[in-house]
Design a protein around this ligand. Structure first.
Ligand code: ATP
Ligand code: MG
Length: 237
C-alpha cells in the first residue's frame, strides 16, 4: 500500500463574516492515494472548491494538517507555496480561464516562461501538448474561435506544461454539453491511467463511473455515501 499523496487531518477553512463564522471546510480527514482518480461531490456551498484550493496551495487552511506529496502545505511560506503549485499541480477550472488575446498555442506556452524555458522549446512543447489533447490543427485559433470543449482541452494542455503529479479540476465539464463533457472526462481519465493523481469536482453523477475513489461533502464535512444520498434526496422546502 502506497503512502497517501494527499493527507488531510482536521482540515478547516473558516471565514469570519460579521457576527458569524462560515465553516467552508470543517474538520476534514482524508487520505488520497497516489495514481488514483477521485471524484468530489456535494451540493453548492458544501466546500468542494475550498478543498481543491487548499490541496492545490491556492489558499491556506485556518487549521489542521495538510500534506501533499510529502510537503506540509500549512508550513510553507508564499515562495515555497508558489513553487509547490508550479512543480506539483495542474489546475483546470470550470470557466477555462484562457487569455483571450492569445492563440491556443500561446496560452499553453505561456506558463513555461516562468519556468525559464526558451521560446522555441516552449512552442515545441506546447504544440506536442495540443496534439495530445487532439487540437494540433487549432493551435493558432484564439479562444473565441474555439468551441467550449476545445477551450477546455486547451486549458488541460496548459495544466500539463510542467508535467504535474496532481491534476485538480473544479467542475471542468460544468460549462459544456454532454458530449464535450464526456470527452473532457475521458482525457482526465487518460491522465490518471498515465500515472497522475486526478481530483475532479463534479455535479454530474455519470462522471463517478471514472472514479477509483469518491468523496462526499455536506456543509464542509466529509460524509458517507448513504448520508449524502439521504441528504440530497430530501425534497426541497
Ligand atoms: N472568501 C470567502 N469568504 C466567505 N465565505 C466564503 C468564501 N469563499 C467561500 N465561502 C463560503 O464557503 C462555503 C463553501 O464554498 P465553496 O466555494 O467551497 O463551495 P462549493 O462546494 O465549491 O460550491 P459550488 O458547487 O457552488 O461551486 C460557501 O458557503 C461559501 O459561501
Ligand atoms: Mg465550487
Amino acid at each position: 500500500m502506497d503512502a497517501p499523496l494527499i493527507r488531510a487531518h482536521s482540515l478547516s477553512k473558516h471565514y469570519p463574516m460579521g457576527q458569524t463564522l462560515v465553516r467552508a471546510l470543517d474538520g476534514v480527514d482524508v487520505d488520497i492515494p497516489p495514481r488514483s482518480f477521485t471524484v468530489v461531490m456535494g451540493p453548492s456551498g458544501s466546500g468542494k472548491s475550498t478543498l481543491l484550493h487548499l490541496i492545490g496551495g491556492l489558499d491556506r487552511p485556518t487549521s489542521g494538517l495538510l500534506e501533499v506529496n510529502g510537503q506540509r502545505l500549512e508550513a510553507l511560506d508564499e515562495n515555497h507555496l508558489a513553487l509547490f503549485r508550479r512543480q506539483t499541480v495542474g489546475f483546470i477550472f470550470q470557466a477555462f480561464n484562457l487569455i483571450q488575446s492569445m492563440s491556443a498555442l500561446e496560452n499553453v506556452a505561456f506558463p513555461m516562461q516562468f519556468a525559464g524555458v526558451a521560446s522555441a522549446e516552449r512552442r515545441r512543447r506546447a504544440l506536442a501538448l495540443l496534439e495530445r489533447v487532439g487540437l494540433a490543427e487549432r493551435a493558432h485559433h484564439r479562444p473565441n474561435e474555439l468551441s467550449g470543449g476545445e477551450q477546455q482541452r486547451v486549458a488541460i494542455a496548459r495544466a500539463l506544461v510542467n508535467d504535474p503529479l496532481l491534476i485538480l479540476a473544479d467542475e471542468p465539464t460544468g460549462n459544456l454539453d454532454t458530449a464535450s463533457g464526456a470527452g473532457i472526462m475521458q482525457l482526465l481519465f487518460e491522465l490518471y491511467r498515465s500515472g497522475r493523481t486526478v481530483l475532479v469536482v463534479t455535479h454530474d453523477p455519470r462522471m463517478t463511473r471514472f472514479a477509483t475513489h469518491r468523496l462526499f461533502l455536506l456543509d464542509g464535512k466529509i460524509v458517507s455515501e448513504s448520508e449524502y444520498q439521504a441528504a440530497v434526496m430530501q425534497p426541497a422546502l
